[in-house]
Design a binder for this molecule. Structure first.
Ligand SMILES: [Zn+2]
Length: 141
């Protein structure tokens, strides 16, 4: 008699989505994070080469040493965390650092200027895009 398959690493209900996304084993979780950062780094590299390249402010990507190992080149001014200058009026909110989108792109609001350097765009003229990249459904596979 066989019952539901059980993950040998965490004891959870085993399935392909479990292995790929949900296993709570610390090694598997680390592998999931590495896969995520690797994919976001590659997305960031491609976006930074295109017409939105100057708009990329942050990417939740690999650290610089890992990028080098993977032969991925991101512009030096792309940061891993959202800098205070992006949302200056929210610096002191307790919720300020509770989320980190995969990417933040800032461009001028259409019709309000042509400045392309995100730091130089006036606060009220910023069109801020918080990006989450999906290679597959990681919520309901
Ligand atoms: Zn598991």
């Amino acid at each position: 008699m066989t019952g539901p398959a059980t993950c040998p690493l965490c004891g959870g209900s085993d399935s392909a989505p479990h292995m790929l996304l949900r296993c709570n084993n610390h090694i598997m979780k680390r592998m999931h994070i590495n896969r995520h950062h690797n994919a976001v780094s590659r997305y960031g590299e491609e976006i930074s080469k295109g017409k939105l390249g100057s708009a990329v402010v942050t990417m939740n990507a690999c650290n610089s040493e890992k990028l080098s190992d993977l032969n991925i080149e991101l512009p030096d001014d792309i940061e891993r965390n959202i800098s205070d200058w992006v949302f200056p009026t929210q610096q002191n909110l307790p919720t300020r650092h509770q989320s980190r989108p995969d990417g933040v792109l800032i461009m001028p609001i259409e019709g309000r200027g042509r400045i392309l350097d995100p730091k130089q765009i006036p606060l009220r003229g910023r069109d801020i895009h918080l990006k989450e990249f999906r290679s597959c459904s990681d919520i309901n596979p």
